[in-house]
Ligand binder design. Structure first.
Ligand code: GLY
Length: 347
């Protein structure tokens, strides 16, 4: 029985409740107008934001901040970002990343192997090629030509263990991220790291980051190894501009995490930006797109997690998730915070 079934599933939207709040657990939507500002997905965002913040307080650009911020996560050992992450079902780690600035410039790489910092390759695609997206062998060739070292293709010890366990059954069984909600940890960085399930089950912990610099410009970045034990060649939303990441400097910046296929089918990040353009707050805009996914997926919504983090031009931030368990990190001049996202239903 998987984790979700053990916990049961309560669809609050079916009861006419579209937003669920637990006092002291759920972040109130920000209404501050603050810059600079950086926000990113999950608790890994705390360290990533700290690196981005150094750039922002030194007067740097949001673009430099979101690149340098998520590079920290690409260097960390975890299940779902960087070369130490879980492999695909053929035993290879394949990485996806995207970046977008305040002038609709964007770049991405997908199905990239043996390169440590896919986010920086994505930026080079944006800045040095006439293209937006490079994939697979071509992306790797480009990276090498740009001076990125070709790393070993060996799995990290944790990933090898997880893969060996997964091979025992070779089942493809998504586990959504709900583990951490039981802990009252608002504004507390010291709780559990993302899980790598020893039995070979997997979860998502894509790092997505959005920032507003002192010049009032927005940028965003996103980097992931995608779904662990995925089919070889599978791409998620993270390298797809408009799905996993979108920035419109007139409006706001949005990143997604979770089940990429379901973010892609609603052009998720772009859709959130369009709701903000129509006057919705970041959190409300995220909620409307998550509700659309919930409606499309029907009962299958219980088996996935999808989450968005958004900031607008005024420096307001917000997030919304399909299920409990999602948190996001925010850094402003007032300090670093880890906030629990609101959500539609509890699993
Ligand atoms: N959200 C990341 C992925 O689905 O690959």
């Amino acid at each position: 029985m998987n984790q979700m079934n053990r916990r049961g599933f309560i669809n609050l939207s079916s009861l006419g409740i579209t937003s669920f709040s637990i006092p002291n657990f759920i972040a109130k939507e920000s209404t501050e107008s603050i810059k600079p500002l950086v926000a990113s997905t999950w608790d890994a965002g705390i360290n990533a934001n700290a690196a981005a913040w150094k750039v922002l307080v030194a007067g740097g650009t949001a673009l430099d901040a979101v690149e340098q911020g998520v590079m920290v996560t690409e260097d960390e050992i975890g299940c779902c970002v960087g070369l130490a992450a879980n492999p695909d079902r053929d035993g290879h780690v394949t990485l996806d990343a995207s970046i977008m600035d305040h002038q609709y410039n964007c770049g991405s790489v997908a199905f990239l192997e043996r390169i440590k910092h896919p986010i920086s390759v994505a930026r080079r695609v944006m800045e040095k090629t006439p293209h937006v997206m490079l994939v697979g062998e071509g992306a790797q060739q480009f990276a090498i030509a740009e001076g990125f070292p070709l790393e070993s293709g060996a799995l990290s010890p944790d990933a090898q263990k997880a893969y060996d366990n997964w091979l025992k059954t070779s089942t493809y069984r998504p586990i959504i991220n709900v583990e951490r909600v039981s802990q009252p940890h608002q504004n507390d960085a010291a709780f559990a790291a993302p899980k790598r399930f020893a039995n070979g089950d997997w979860n998502h912990d894509t790092i997505g980051m959005v920032a507003l610099d002192k010049f009032g410009n927005l940028s965003g970045s996103c980097t992931t190894s995608g779904a662990g034990f995925k089919m070889r060649g599978r791409l998620g939303d993270s390298p797809i501009i408009g799905a996993g990441l979108y920035v419109d400097n007139e409006v706001g910046a949005v990143v997604a995490t979770g089940q990429g296929e379901d973010v892609i089918r609603v052009a998720g990040a772009s859709a959130v930006v369009e709701w903000m353009r129509q006057g919705k707050s970041p959190k409300e805009a995220c909620r409307l797109v998550v509700e659309k996914i919930n409606k499309i997926k029907k009962e299958k919504a219980a088996t996935i997690q999808v989450c968005f983090v958004a900031i607008n031009k005024k420096g307001e931030h917000g997030a919304f998730a399909l299920h409990n368990g999602f948190n996001y990190a925010v850094q402003t001049q007032e300090g670093s915070k880890l906030l629990e996202s609101s959500f539609i239903s509890i699993v």
